[in-house]
Design a protein around this ligand. Structure first.
Ligand SMILES: NC(=O)c1ccc[n+]([C@@H]2O[C@H](COP(=O)([O-])OP(=O)(O)OC[C@H]3O[C@@H](n4cnc5c(N)ncnc54)[C@H](O)[C@@H]3O)[C@@H](O)[C@H]2O)c1
Length: 326
């Protein structure tokens, strides 16, 4: 019999958290879903009431070290997918809170792993740990390319990576940090790069939408990224790995053209001059070495799936278009 597994997902009410919950529930895995928020707005977009009821929900402030430790201990957690965090605009608006949630919160998780014998930890770093694209002559950019974050959020993510490294050297706490770039899919509604997901929602609703950035980017479907996190946590990695995520390397302009090709009625435009301050062409060889085949629904198929899902949610009144004006 395989060893008993019990997952803790932090930031479970977020976009990636909701997708991780959905995949774990599909497998019938035991899961504790923890978040500061108690309203499963995003998980409800992906799961039935019955599926939601099968999950153990918990309000947990990741900045509260004692509460994080108690949660891991009381629930006999064996694997953690740590996603709780504040995104780029929120860290910029409130740097101290950003550091408390993103930096101290991650330390609290590492401590809980250290003191409770958790076997596998996967946590969310970010592509924002890297510097502007012109810094990297060698492409695709490898996992060990120098970090040079241009946002506070990126500084916090680099701190997480370095902290995890020392938890391995000092206490043999193993971890894998994943660096997603532009995650899109149902439930992605906030953060600097949420406009790609919002554009797909606008297409599904027959509404116009303007993406506020342009140029190269790597797109990763939330469902695929969630599977990567689960696989990484299950590895019980002996070391402190930090790996890039790749999947669809494209440009915002090509993405807009693809939407028009797939949906001729699409009214999507983008801000061509406003380039994102990150390299897009990333090497995911490290991730492949760790988990083998990387989950990847091709971009066209992922867009089609999202449009269908958004249309069904809009039709049944489970989603409105408020996020398009935020
Ligand atoms: N979405 C992306 O494109 C992307 C790219 C790279 C990295 N990431 C990282 O992946 C993780 C998940 O991203 P997401 O898109 O699901 O984000 P999200 O903003 O949708 O979800 C984050 C969740 O964290 C929770 N949270 C905030 N403060 C908390 C606290 N003090 N205690 C407990 N929970 C708290 C929020 O309530 C929210 O549910 C984040 O760490 C993010 O930085 C995301």
């Amino acid at each position: 019999m395989p060893p008993r597994e019990k997952f803790l997902v932090t930031g479970a009410m977020g976009c990636l958290g909701a997708w991780v919950l959905r995949h774990l529930r599909n497998e019938g895995a035991a899961v504790v879903a923890a978040d500061l928020s108690s309203d499963p707005v995003r998980p409800r977009l992906l799961m039935s009431d019955e599926e939601l009821q099968a999950i153990d929900w918990l309000i947990l402030d990741i900045t509260d070290a004692a509460a994080v430790n108690r949660t891991v201990s009381d629930h006999e957690i064996t694997h953690i997918v740590h996603l709780a965090g504040l995104q780029i605009p929120f860290c910029k608006a409130n740097p101290a809170l950003g550091a408390a949630v993103n930096v101290v919160g991650t330390i609290n998780v590492l401590e809980a792993v250290r003191h409770n014998g958790v076997s596998g930890l996967a946590y969310a770093s970010s592509l924002a740990a890297l510097g502007p694209p012109q810094l990297y002559e060698r492409v695709p950019v490898e996992d060990d390319a120098p970090t040079a974050p241009s946002t506070l959020y990126g500084v916090y993510k680099v701190t997480n990576e370095e902290t995890a490294r020392l938890y391995w050297t000092d206490w043999r706490v193993g971890s894998i940090g994943l660096r997603p770039y532009n995650v899109f899919g149902v439930g992605r509604d906030q953060g600097l790069t949420a406009d790609v997901a919002k554009a797909i929602l606008a297409v599904a609703a027959g509404e116009p939408f303007h993406i506020r950035y342009g140029g190269p980017l790597a797109l990763q479907h939330a469902s695929d990224v969630a599977e990567m996190f689960i696989a990484a946590a299950r590895l019980a990695h002996q070391g402190a790995a930090v790996v890039n995520v790749r999947n669809d390397v494209t440009t915002v302009e090509a993405f807009v053209d693809l939407l028009s090709e797939l949906y001729p009625h699409a009214q999507i435009t983008n801000e061509r001059g406003n380039l994102l301050p990150f390299p897009a062409d990333l090497d995911d060889a490290g991730l492949r070495r760790l988990i083998g085949d990387v989950p990847h629904v091709p971009l066209t198929e992922a867009i089609r799936q999202d449009v269908e899902q958004y249309r069904s949610l809009l039709k049944t009144g489970r989603l409105d278009l408020e996020q398009l004006s935020l």
